[in-house]
Design a protein around this ligand. Sequence first.
Ligand code: SAH
Ligand code: SF4
Length: 400
Amino acid sequence: MSADTAIMPIPGPVDPVPVPRAGKPRADGRTELVGLSREQIRAALEEAGLEPRQAKLRAKQLWHWIYNRGVSDFAAMSDVAKPQRGWFAESFAITRPEVVEAQVSSDGTRKWLLRTHDGHDFEMVFIPDADRGTLCVSSQVGCTLNCRFCHTGTMQLVRNLEAGEIVGQVMLARDGLGEWPKPGEEPANNYQPEGRMLTNIVMMGMGEPLYNFDNVRDALKIVMDGDGLGLSKRRITLSTSGVVPMMARAGEEIGVNLAVSLHAVTKEIRDEIVPLNRKYGIEQLLEACAAYPGANNARRITFEYVMLEGKNDSDEHARELVRLICQYRLPAKVNLIPFNPWPGAPYECSSPERIRAFSNIIFEAGISAPVRTPRGRDIDAACGQLKTAAERRRRNREAA
Ligand code: SAH
Ligand code: SF4
């Protein structure tokens, strides 16, 4: 395969503001409809020659088939006249990312290796639990931010995923889990989570979602649209490593739950493990959290904290974390993530006793601090382990 693997220009080592690079148009010249708003579909139909009234009606029908029924074949659109279905199929496309490989872990976690239409690989993970099922969605192919404990961070950023490739992940998961309304069933107007496998979405796959803001926002708007995929914003969480200037906009324009990858409580340590800290420091980050629209005691901000042995896991660190949360009066919960190792990683995971002691200190201060159970480790699907096989092979070749 002749993928364009040229790397995006990266202006500096600390805050490599990524130059958003759109994917290429489809090779067959058709216009991709997935990821377009109703209004954009209407405009595309008009541009292709439909009368304004026709375009409006057809856009509504297409939207319904695409997002309520999960249909990707124009031929199945029974309320559209046959000749027009043929014309649609020639001019437009409704595609999902291509599935290169699907794996299932012994604990039920599933991982998909996906490919964009222009040949870039990325990953998506589904984590089933007793009372919920969480889809971990990617926002970029690779990441510019190089957090030292993260395997994705050792990949270079190839490109931002488009809105259609982000919402396409959710649609693909619905395909795979068989969760579209069956023929004859009323389409889910506001997708009811009861009895469903896919109930929650976390933007915690590959990439930094706030460095691909517009596409992530447009995709999540479709996911949250009651007449689109219909998932409540309360069931969606966006995780950021701390892109402070975009946080208020995320709250205002997307409005989902916020998770922040804090991981350290001193400048020295956070500078080392989350290099973006050199640009946006802890105080700035916590101020942005305190101001995050929609955060309150019923909707807390999650602070993610990866447990690295001897690095950020002492009792003093835990006490400082509590102090900071109190100082900034943050409606917060803390999610302790046991470090997931990968070949060549410069850290080890803290011992279970250390993690327990750290958690207890936070818990005793009245802040919830659960320890996240690693899932899908046997298929490298756990947090921070996402890195595509192709990239692993390329790196191994370079190292040899
Ligand atoms: N880029 C975003 C979202 C993707 S990462 C962010 O950094 O927040 C999702 C979470 O997994 C983040 O909290 C990240 O710091 C954490 N993570 C990354 N690598 C990890 C690893 N090896 N072990 C445990 N957690 C890791
Ligand atoms: Fe990028 Fe998040 Fe990994 Fe940091 S932790 S390198 S921001 S994906």
